[in-house]
Unconditional design. Structure first.
Length: 75
């Protein structure tokens, strides 16, 4: 799907909003962190910390996106 979006952007056929593209990008960031946590945190006790960390990262990213959107709309 990412390659299809890339090809459409090259042809100037943009069907997605900037907010969707930002969320798509942050989803990839969360996936990257999840893979790193999976490689590092191997015991089940550490998984709790990893899961809490991923949830906190997701919440912080969403808050950052909303804050950026609010600041951009004020200008």
């Amino acid at each position: 799907m990412t390659h299809q979006m890339y090809r459409a952007l090259q042809r100037d056929q943009i069907r997605y909003t900037s907010n969707f593209m930002r969320l798509w990008n942050e989803g990839a960031t969360i996936l990257l962190f999840a893979i790193v946590f999976l490689a590092i945190l191997k015991t089940s006790f550490d998984w709790v910390y990893g899961l809490v960390g991923l949830l906190a990262l997701g919440i912080l990213l969403m808050l950052g996106i909303r804050l950026y959107k609010r600041m951009r709309n004020q200008d």
